[in-house]
Design a protein around this ligand. Structure first.
Ligand code: PLP
Length: 218
């Protein structure tokens, strides 16, 4: 198997320069993150609040921590001081809580709104109709503690690449549509180990890759 450093440099060489690579380090030990850090990597993704809380104090301060999992409102306070970008905002109530905790920390937190694009019913996120009516309601604009940077979505886990492509195209169209509503909207987080090449072809600006960098998870 290739080393983490080799995997990172191979993947980075494939990415267009406007695409940010988030190395998804969930379940992986600090040593794995340190290896990627030594190779110059700074963007890491985690999906559990407890795990990110353990890792943050043990690892270099200039790491950008991306929270990519489903975030419960009662746990926002734990990540608000340290998180760089929250990818999975999927309700107005969660956005309100992030706004509140950001203000308590004298921060403005960058967030992405998560949209449900996959066929599976288990994946979190807004439907497009919900998203557009939330934006039209202007309620998000009152939340000065959050800065809406764009959208995040996960495609169906399937071998059918044309389906994956259609789902990413849908998300890109949604992104183009909402962009005009937010002045700092520049991030489209889509693509994981098995589908990031398609995601990039369809306009992704941020890919979240775990397995292809760190190997499989137990
Ligand atoms: C785990 C995870 C990833 C990375 O998945 P890989 O298949 O290991 O690349 C990306 N995004 C989210 C939201 C995840 O939970």
């Amino acid at each position: 198997m290739n080393s983490i450093t080799e995997n990172l440099s191979r993947i980075k060489a494939e990415l267009p320069k406007q695409v940010t690579l988030v190395a998804v380090s969930k379940t992986k030990p600090n040593e794995a993150i340190e290896e990627a850090y030594s190779a110059g990597h700074r963007e890491f993704g985690e999906n559990k609040v407890q795990e990110i809380q353990n890792k943050v104090p043990a690892l270099p301060e200039d790491i950008h921590w991306h929270f990519i999992g489903h975030l419960q409102r009662n746990k926002v306070k734990y990540i608000a001081p340290s998180v760089h970008l929250i990818h999975g905002v999927d309700s107005l109530r969660l956005a309100v809580e992030i706004h509140k905790r950001a203000e308590q920390n004298n921060r403005v937190l960058d967030v992405l709104l998560q949209v449900h694009i996959a066929e599976e019913s288990t994946k979190f996120g807004f439907d497009f109709d919900e998203l557009y009516s939330l934006i039209e309601s202007k309620e998000l604009e009152t939340l000065t503690g959050i800065n809406i940077r764009g959208l995040m979505g996960m495609a169906t886990f399937t071998e059918d690449s044309s389906q994956v492509r259609r789902e990413f195209q849908k998300l890109k169209r949604g992104f183009d549509k909402i962009k005009t509503s937010f002045s700092n909207c520049d991030t489209l987080s889509m693509g994981m180990s098995n589908d990031y090449k398609i995601a990039i072809e369809e306009g992704s600006t941020m890919v979240r890759i775990g397995t292809d960098i760190f190997g499989g998870r137990a």
